[in-house]
Unconditional design. Sequence first.
Length: 209
Amino acid sequence: MSNQTGIYQIRNLTNNKCYIGSTAVGFRKRWGTHLARLRGNAHHSLILQNAWNKYGVNVFVFEILEECQPAQCIEQEQYWLDAIKPDYNICKIAGSTLGYQHSLDTKTKIGDWERNAEYRNKLSWSLRGNKSKLGQKPSSETKNKIRASCKLNAKPQRGEKHGCAKLTISDVSAIRVMLQQGVKQNIIATTFGVKQPAISSIKTGRRWK
C-alpha cells in the first residue's frame, strides 16, 4: 500500500457502501489507525463500526481514490464526499463534525460546555455531590421499578434501544468528540447525566458497539 497522501475509501464488498476519508500522513498509517479502532469497537463512525461488527473484517477493503498533496486533502475529500455520498460517513463536511446533526438536547449540552465557563465550573463543583445519601439502599418499590424496566427475560437490546439507556447515538458521537478533545471523563459524565464508568465504556468500546 502506498505511503502517499490523498483520498481513500473503506468499502463493504457485500453492498458497496463505503466510508470516505483523507490522509496527510500516508495511506498505510491511516488504514492502520482505522483498523485499530474498528477492531477495538471504538471507531468514531458508529455506522461503519456497526457494519464492521455485522459483516466482519474480510468484506472490507481499503481503496485509494486519489493521490494529492496534504494541503489539498480537505478540498478533494469534500469533492468525493459530494460525488459519492458515502453511507458510512456520519460527518458530510470534510475535516470537521459540522455535517453531523446532533439532537437539540445534545446541541444544548455541547453549547453549554463550549461557551459557558460558569457552567463548566458548576459541573466541576457538582462532582462533589451530596454525601448525605451515600450508602443508602433503594426501597423495594424502586427495585421493582428497575426490574420492570430491565426485565431479564426480555430480548437483549443494545444502544439507545435498550430499555435503560440514557444516551442516544447523537449523545455518544458527541461524547467521542469530547474525549478526542481531551475533556475529562467525569466532566463529560456529569454533562450527559450518566456515571463516569459509562463514559469509560464508550471510550474502550465495551458499550455502544
